[in-house]
Design a protein. Structure first.
Length: 82
């Protein structure tokens, strides 16, 4: 199936944009691979999509962040798939 990509804009605070940039630099330093913010965000969303995470009781961005923080803390540091 050939699916045309959908263009979506995401508005981030300076703090969140800087965090993404720090992660991108860390990836580049560790692996030598250069990625951009879009690639990082798509990877994060794809990982959440393929997980059993449940957000139906969340009522705010803060609630969603809390669910993610809890699960990431409970299951340890993120590791790349093999």
């Amino acid at each position: 199936m050939n699916v045309k990509p959908l263009t979506t804009s995401v508005i981030l605070s300076n703090e969140l944009a800087e965090y993404l940039d720090q992660q991108i630099l860390s990836i580049r330093r560790t692996s030598g691979v250069s990625i951009n913010r879009s690639m990082l965000l798509r990877g994060i969303v794809a990982g959440v999509k393929d997980s059993p995470m449940e957000f139906s009781r969340c009522r705010s961005e803060k609630d969603i962040g809390g669910v993610l923080a809890f699960l990431l803390t409970a299951y340890g540091q993120a590791r790349p798939s093999k």
